[in-house]
Design a protein around this ligand. Structure first.
Ligand SMILES: *[C@@H]1O[C@H](CO)[C@@H](O)[C@H](O)[C@H]1NC(C)=O
Length: 315
């Protein structure tokens, strides 16, 4: 009998330790105009060689390429200007969080993502000194084509094996120096995970959990009956232990996550053509030539906008 009574506190202890391991508290809640105070507008040359001209915050506001009201934050491309072939690319916006995080959960409630032939939107994280600080692409795709792809890009010596996920692995070598920086990608097996069908469906939630031993990506479309209530309600804490199998799982079986990933910033951007969207533009069934199309058809980019209902960081 004495040994039995001693068991109870042990069981309680290990039970709560397990729960705590997957529970995170709300640290940041970016909604509406708070994006302006917590993200920097990066008027930089696109590192992916896109047909884009990233504008600063003042320009973005004056041209209404960014807009905040209530719980809505919008950032978009110019959809009125015909571009000169010899001039800069299409005006667009790239923002990066002021803060960085290591272990954390990111929840993004996305109403709309940029769409259109030639578009290459991304919601992602990256560290300093790329690729040594790591890169986690959570929402990414090109030319309205196919489903969403989540991808890691790292320094040498990180490969994926034994992934436990609902998505489909399309690359296992995360080293940015290999395979033209294709990274180790996972496609989400849900038609409404990207592009026009994501938007027509009212968007949904993407989440990413990063620990010292794995990175997981989750997706629930807007009307998914299984969306966890903590995700749906923007709760003050989240328990990833209740979220089910991730769409993409990047374990540490053959990749030391903690040494390949430094503290990361959150980035939202929209570029055009360039290294990925340009390279597969024709094979994705888009008309004419990517650069010509982007230059000459501003009205094709009326739906090339991000509309974010909220972005939350849990630690
Ligand atoms: C700016 O964009 C928002 C969102 O699309 C729109 O509601 C608003 O009318 C626009 N403002 C102007 C001055 O065009």
């Amino acid at each position: 009998m004495p040994s039995l009574t001693r068991l109870f506190p042990l069981l309680v202890l290990s039970g709560s330790a397990f729960v705590n391991a997957a529970t995170y508290g709300l640290s940041e809640n970016f909604v509406g105009s708070s994006f302006y105070s917590n993200f920097a507008f990066q008027a930089i040359t696109d590192p992916t060689n896109g047909r884009v001209n990233y504008v600063d915050e003042t320009t973005a506001k004056s041209k209404n390429l960014t807009f905040a009201s209530g719980n809505t934050f919008i950032m978009r491309a110019d959809d009125t200007t015909v571009l000169s072939a010899s001039g800069p690319g299409r005006n667009s916006v790239r923002i990066q969080s002021n803060q960085q995080w290591s272990t954390h959960v990111l929840v993004m409630d996305i109403q709309h993502m940029p769409q259109g032939c030639g578009t290459w939107p991304a919601a992602w994280e990256l560290g300093n000194d790329w690729p040594n600080g790591g890169e986690v692409d959570i929402v990414e795709g090109v030319n309205d084509h196919g489903v969403n792809q989540a991808t890691l890009h790292t320094s040498a010596g990180c490969t994926m094996s034994g992934q436990k996920q609902t998505g489909t692995t399309v690359g296992t070598d995360c080293d940015a120096n290999d395979n033209s920086n294709a990274g180790c990608g996972v496609q989400v097996n849900k038609a409404n995970s990207f592009g026009p069908s994501f938007n027509a469906n009212g968007g949904g939630w993407y989440a990413m959990e990063r620990t010292s031993s794995f990175i997981n990506v989750f997706f629930w479309e807007r009307n998914d009956g299984t969306v966890p209530s903590d995700v749906k309600n923007g709760a003050s804490s989240v328990n990833t232990g209740n979220w089910g199998t991730p769409v993409a799982n990047f374990p540490d079986n053959s990749c030391d996550i903690s040494s390949h990933f430094a503290p990361n910033n959150i980035v939202f951007d929209l570029t055009f053509c360039g290294d990925w969207a340009g390279a597969v533009y024709s094979s994705d069934g888009c008309p004419s030539d990517c650069t010509d199309y982007v230059n000459n058809n501003p009205s094709a980019f009326t739906n090339a906008f991000w509309q974010l209902n909220g972005v939350r960081v849990y630690t």
